[in-house]
Design a protein around this ligand. Structure first.
Ligand SMILES: *Cc1c(COP(=O)(O)O)cnc(C)c1O
Length: 231
C-alpha cells in the first residue's frame, strides 16, 4: 500500500464513520501525523491532496517547513504542533505552526501570544486535557480547565478553538468512546459558559472510529498513513 492508497482508505473510513454516527458530511478533518517520517513521505501525501500535517518536535517541524517551502511543492501546508510543549520551544512553534494542540499552561499560551510574528495570522489553539487521569500524561486536569480556557481566550494572537486529548490506550471500542465522550462533555460545558469552540482533536490510528462517534472534528493519524516509525 502506498501513502496515497492509505490516505484514500482512511478518507473513506472517515466518511463512512460520519455517516454511521450521523455526523455532518466532511465535519471530520484528517491530520496526517508525519513525525519521524521524511519529507519525501510528506510530499507524496501532499501530491494526493493532504495539506494538514502534525509534528511532535519543534525543531523537526521547523526544519521540514523550511525545506518544503523552498522545494517546489505547489500546495501550502498547514502545520499542527501536537507534541509536548516546552517554553524554550515556543518561539519556533509560533513562527511555524498554524495550530498548537497541546497547550496546557497559561505560561506557554502567553509566550505563543507574545512571540507570534505580527504578520502571521492568529495561531489556532487546543487545550490538552488529561482525560484518563494518568499521573504521567501531560494535559490540564478537567477541574482546572474552565479557568485556563477563559484566560487563554483573552490572549491576542491566539484563537482558542477547542480541546485535545490522548487517552490511555484501550482496544475496547466502548471504553474508547466513554473517554472521548468525557472530552466532548467538557467542551460542551465551556461552550455553555460562553466560549466559541468548534474543535475536538481526538482519535488516532487505533481509536479513530470511537472518536468520530463522540464528536471529533480533527483525527490525528500517523501509522495508518505513513507506516511504522523507525525510532
Ligand atoms: C504520534 C501521534 C499521533 C499519531 O499516532 P498513530 O497511532 O501513529 O496514528 C497522534 N497524536 C499524537 C499526539 C501523537 O503524538
Amino acid at each position: 500500500m502506498t501513502i496515497s492508497d492509505n490516505l484514500q482508505t482512511i478518507g473513506q473510513s472517515i466518511r463512512a464513520a460520519e455517516e454511521k454516527y450521523r455526523r455532518a458530511p466532511n465535519s471530520v478533518q484528517l491530520l496526517a501525523v508525519s513525525k519521524r517520517h521524511k519529507n519525501a513521505a510528506i510530499q507524496e501525501a501532499l501530491a494526493s491532496g493532504q495539506t494538514a500535517f502534525g509534528e511532535n518536535y519543534a525543531q523537526e517541524m521547523l526544519t521540514k517547513a523550511e525545506q518544503l517551502a523552498t522545494s517546489n511543492s505547489s500546495q501550502k501546508i498547514d502545520w499542527h504542533f501536537i507534541g509536548p510543549l516546552q517554553s524554550n520551544k515556543t518561539r519556533q512553534i509560533a513562527a511555524t505552526a498554524q495550530w498548537v494542540h497541546t497547550v496546557d499552561r497559561l505560561k506557554i499560551a502567553r509566550r505563543l501570544s507574545d512571540q507570534k510574528p505580527e504578520q502571521r495570522p492568529d495561531i489556532n489553539i487546543c487545550l490538552q486535557v488529561n482525560i484518563s487521569g494518568e499521573a504521567s500524561k501531560s494535559g490540564i486536569e478537567p477541574e482546572a480547565l474552565p479557568e485556563l480556557a477563559s484566560q487563554i481566550a483573552e490572549l491576542p494572537g491566539l484563537q482558542l478553538r477547542g480541546l485535545m486529548a490522548i487517552p490511555a490506550v484501550s482496544d475496547v471500542f466502548e471504553q474508547q468512546r466513554e473517554v472521548f465522550a468525557k472530552l466532548r462533555e467538557l467542551q460542551e460545558e465551556l461552550i455553555k459558559n460562553g466560549l466559541a469552540l468548534d474543535t475536538l482533536s481526538m482519535g488516532m490510528s487505533g481509536d479513530m472510529e470511537a472518536a468520530i462517534a463522540e464528536g471529533a472534528t480533527i483525527v490525528r493519524i500517523g501509522t495508518a498513513i505513513f507506516g511504522q516509525r523507525d525510532r
